[in-house]
Write a protein that binds this ligand. Structure first.
Ligand code: CA
Length: 226
């Protein structure tokens, strides 16, 4: 059974989540502030963490940072903060997904399932190369010129899909299905934010491929020619 740690200081949210997740077959535990959440995480090693950001004793982003120091556990941030800067900060610290409050329970459960079944690297290792960029699916590193970059897992998976099909359009639905495991639930800003961050990385090497936006459809990777 999947054990979900809920770190949330609002009792009514905790209760609603416990009921909804139990009905979906998850085993839940809750911690009501940041420090307790981190202690609970370290003691019990849950399969997934639902993390609020505005928490007493230790802010959610600090909890996330501490978790990521020694764990790859899926973390879904659930927060009333809906500014892009907050979402980007959480994703950059290694959150797997970000759901804004108020949320629909069905959506949240779908996202939890998706985060839980994400594939942590693939079994077979391959190196994908295009222009000045190469991607190693074993080490999850992006090499640009002579420099290796460690990519957050979702960013790696998005880039991997593009590099597997250079010159071809990868649709938004395909990204969502394969990287996040759900189709068109809620907003899809997460994908655009990942693309933006990948673009910023690729820009450091003029020989690296470029990501083109295919409006209304998806994205395409083409050999760089800046
Ligand atoms: Ca809160």
């Amino acid at each position: 059974m999947t054990r979900v740690l809920i770190v949330e200081d609002e009792p009514s949210f905790v209760e609603a989540l416990e009921v909804a997740l139990a009905a979906e077959g998850f085993d839940t535990e809750a911690a009501m502030d940041g420090k307790a959440g981190l202690e609970r995480f370290r003691a019990q090693r849950p399969d997934l963490v639902l993390l609020d950001l505005m928490l007493p004793s230790l802010p959610g982003l600090d909890v996330l940072r501490a978790i990521r120091r020694d764990s790859d556990v899926p973390v879904v941030v659930v927060s009333a903060k809906d500014a892009e800067a907050d979402i980007v900060a959480a994703l950059e610290l290694g959150a797997d997904d970000y759901v804004t409050k108020p949320y629909s329970v069905r959506e949240l459960v779908a996202r939890i399932r998706a985060a839980g079944r994400r594939t942590v690297g693939s079994v077979e290792t391959e190196t994908l190369a295009l222009g000045g960029a190469s991607l190693d699916t074993g080490s999850l590193k992006l090499r640009l010129g002579d420099v290796d970059h460690d990519l957050p897992k979702k960013e790696f998976e998005v880039l991997q899909m593009l590099m597997q099909r250079p010159g071809k359009v990868v649709t938004r639905e395909e990204f969502l299905d394969e990287v996040w495991g759900f189709a068109w639930i809620g907003d899809t800003r997460t994908l655009d934010q990942h693309i933006r961050r990948i673009r910023r990385r690729l820009e450091t090497d003029p020989a690296a491929p470029q990501i083109e936006t295919v409006r209304g459809v998806g994205y395409r990777l083409v050999e760089g020619e800046r």
